[in-house]
Design a protein around this ligand. Structure first.
Ligand SMILES: NC(=O)c1ccc[n+]([C@@H]2O[C@H](COP(=O)([O-])OP(=O)(O)OC[C@H]3O[C@@H](n4cnc5c(N)ncnc54)[C@H](OP(=O)(O)O)[C@@H]3O)[C@@H](O)[C@H]2O)c1
Length: 340
């Protein structure tokens, strides 16, 4: 009998394709691709939803640290149904999630209606989430949840004091606010968007700071102890300031670098206050941790439906190109789910 895969192999499908122009610039357009264009991995997925992350915007604008070869379809997130897989673990019709690994970097990603990936990248969607909700969370939510996981691992409990979330109106930040407040932490959200204050309170933030308040220029090695924990999406001076103001035994989770990849600090927060600086690499999280964190995101860590609805809006593939510029400029609020 002809398999679903073989029936589908000649099919054309829609994808956002980024191409390099002769002058070195990059252009994006929704075009038709063939299943035969996808790499020869063992699992074919019909993508129903993807989402927009900062890394996708880097891939879509020719950032060689993310994507080496063009034309290319970005999209580090994909949720959909198995069409065919060589893995005994995955049956046609199973609803699955793929985030990170090489998806959307040098493997054609979730901004296309089909992806073909190694089965080792595939997480079965937990029952407590719809495919759409899984992409409202996506890599941003998974990363925020890894941040919460690291705070718990380092025994930062709600009793340890306020938790600071930076880049709070962005994808990682807004979901960190929602998840940490759901876990009982008193969340202080730092944002550069004055218009986002009310929205951040609705997500669960108890206090809002302006980004500028978190840029210490005193030259001091240590500041008054303020944070039990920190989830930082921006790096640079804001991260350095947060480390200086973290309480004894606290943990600072470093997730991103939208402000700067640089970090200028002294050793004093570490040797005088036992502060931990903990990195998160969501793309390479191992499968047992992935499955555990997605299970939590489908259960006791899942933001309430009204909060997820406030964070994520849905668009069609053709509406993506301008939003790629918006996220690169730091102007995107919340999450964008792409329906395919
Ligand atoms: N480690 C990992 O595994 C992992 C996973 C996912 C993402 N990331 C990284 O995390 C970062 C955030 O990703 P995202 O998808 O959440 O992006 P995003 O939606 O664009 O959010 C970033 C937010 O940071 C703030 N921001 C922007 N420019 C800034 C600047 N110059 N200085 C200070 N704050 C600025 C803005 O929030 P406000 O206006 O509210 O301040 C912006 O909304 C990126 O660097 C991304 O690569 C890492």
């Amino acid at each position: 009998m002809q398999s679903a895969y073989n029936r589908a192999v000649g099919e054309a499908f829609a994808a956002l394709v980024v191409s390099e122009c002769a002058d070195g610039s990059f252009q994006r357009a929704v075009t038709s691709r063939k299943l035969a264009d996808l790499p020869p991995n063992d699992t074919l997925i019909r993508v129903r939803y993807s989402s927009l992350n900062y890394k996708d915007a880097l891939s879509a604008t020719g950032h060689r640290g993310v994507t080496r070869h063009y034309p290319h379809t970005p999209g580090i997130d994909a949720a959909g149904e198995i069409v065919e897989s060589d893995s005994a673990r995955l049956k046609p019709g199973d609803e699955v999630i793929v985030t990170g690994y090489d998806l959307g970097m040098n493997t054609p990603g979730g901004f296309g209606q089909y992806v073909r990936v190694p089965s080792a990248w595939v997480v079965k969607k937990p029952d407590g989430l719809t495919l759409r909700e899984s992409m409202a969370l996506g890599t941003a939510g998974f990363t925020a949840a890894l941040g919460a996981h690291q705070l718990q691992r380092h025994e930062v409990t709600p009793e340890c004091g306020d938790v600071l979330v930076t880049g709070a109106s962005g994808g990682v930040g807004s979901l960190a606010v929602a998840i940490l407040s759901r876990l009982g932490y008193r969340v202080v959200a730092a944002t550069g968007k004055a218009e986002a204050h009310g929205w951040l309170r609705a997500l669960g933030a108890q206090e809002i700071l302006s980004r500028d308040d978190l840029h210490d220029t005193s030259g001091k090695a240590l500041l008054k102890e303020r944070w039990g924990g920190v989830v930082d999406a921006v790096g640079g001076a804001i991260l350095a300031t947060a480390i200086k103001a973290t309480k004894r035994g606290g943990c600072v989770v470093c997730c991103g670098n939208v402000a700067s990849p640089e970090l200028h600090t002294t050793v004093y927060p570490f040797i005088l206050r036992s502060v931990t600086l903990q990195g998160v690499d969501s793309a390479a999280a191992d499968m047992p941790l992935r499955a555990q964190v997605w299970q939590k995101l489908a259960g006791e860590w899942k933001p309430p439906p009204a909060v997820l609805a406030a964070i994520a809006r849905e668009i069609a593939l053709g509406e993506l190109p301008p939003l790629i510029d918006t996220i690169l400029q730091g102007r995107l609020q919340g999450r964008v789910v792409v329906a395919l």
